[in-house]
Design a protein around this ligand. Structure first.
Ligand code: SAM
Length: 238
């Protein structure tokens, strides 16, 4: 008899600059500056398990949507890029609320290192929440996985917005002082350019204020029409 229920251990967990779902891009690769780590724990932190992996520039990560896994699912979902009103079948979308809360992202492999008993895969272009459990890793195979003639349905191209971004003098100076993250300002700019606001907020005319956490930074900004202005950034206690 074939088993119909499976228990899968997490191989490791993602360390990500994205500390909340808000502001995470809809797919990987949209913000190259989003750097993170996949930290493998024993028994998967074995050098043998990743032998040859650095010959591949990109990896597929199979992961659990752990933050929303207990929130259920329905056959129809409202993809944000259709404005939140148009329903599609869950299997015609990459929505997080699925019968099995499994996600799939192709990410860039920047390197591999050891940290004590842990094995660390250094990644960029991630679209994963901090703490995401990863259940499989496979190399990206361009000859089989890149299909330039494939149809992309309602998501045929990367989302585009006409949002612009500016920084207060203090916020820009703060970014430049953070030697640990030399691309911090560009990272914030790209996150805001994708307009992370929920669809219903985008129709409003009045000035709106927002906050988010990236890495250990709290970032405050306002939105006026199609313009984001970063007013303040401060480091949270770590
Ligand atoms: N690339 C993946 C896929 O296609 O399966 C994810 C696509 S899903 C549309 C992208 C969203 O997943 C992000 O905007 C973020 O809000 C959400 N997300 C990322 N990691 C998550 C996690 N661990 N739990 C729940 N939601 C997560």
């Amino acid at each position: 008899m074939t088993a119909s229920m499976f228990q899968l251990p997490a191989l490791g967990f993602i360390q990500s600059p994205y500390k909340q779902k808000f502001a995470i891009p809809r797919q990987p690769g949209l913000i190259a500056e989003a750097q993170g780590e996949l930290v493998l724990h024993p028994p998967y932190a074995d050098d043998a398990i990743v032998r040859g992996i650095e010959a591949f520039s990109h990896l597929w990560l199979v992961f659990i949507f752990h933050e929303t896994a207990d929130k259920g699912w329905s056959p129809l979902v409202r993809p944000p890029r259709l404005g939140g009103n148009n329903k599609k079948g869950v299997f015609a979308t990459r929505a997080t609320f699925r019968p099995n809360p499994i996600g799939l992202s192709v990410v860039k492999l920047e390197g591999v290192s050891r940290r004590g008993e842990l094995l660390v895969l250094h990644l960029s272009g991630i679209d994963l929440l901090d703490g995401t459990p990863v259940i499989d890793i496979k190399p990206y195979l361009p000859y089989a996985d890149a299909l330039p003639d494939a149809r992309g349905g309602f998501a045929d191209a990367a989302p585009e917005t006409d949002m612009t971004v500016s920084f207060s003098t203090e916020a820009a100076a703060f970014c430049q002082s953070q030697r640990q993250y030399p691309t911090l300002q560009l990272f914030i700019e790209k996150v805001l350019k994708q307009d992370p606001r929920p669809p219903y907020k985008k129709q409003r005319d009045e000035l709106q204020s927002y906050g988010m956490t990236l890495y250990h930074y709290n970032i405050k900004w306002t939105v006026d029409g199609n313009h984001n202005h970063v007013t303040a950034i401060f480091a949270l206690a770590t």
